[in-house]
Design a protein around this ligand. Sequence first.
Ligand SMILES: [Cu+2]
Length: 120
Amino acid sequence: MPIPRRRCALFLLMGILGLGLLGRSGAEERPIVHITAKRFEYEPPVVKLKKGVPVTIELTALDRQHGFKVPQLGLRVDAWPGETTRVELIPDKSGTFEFVCDVFCGSGHEDMDGKIIVEE
Ligand SMILES: [Cu+2]
């Protein structure tokens, strides 16, 4: 017995909505890495990630604007007091990658750095 066209459309719609919800829940499960910037350090100073595993980096600042630049991973964002800057990252190579503050935040700014270690 053929399935009525209207019922087919309903099942198709439910399938599409279901896939959308699955995709959304997957994004919510993405691990979040919190990094706080303050004169003249990041907390934590070392972040360990897994190659190919997506993460969301949430960056905040305690005192003033700071930068967060990881040239080897193609990342560059600002951190502001009272705000959270989010950036998605899927590390595509393993190794140790330095991040630095590229917004002058006072004498000592040049030593403000940390590293992301991406493991296989
Ligand atoms: Cu700085």
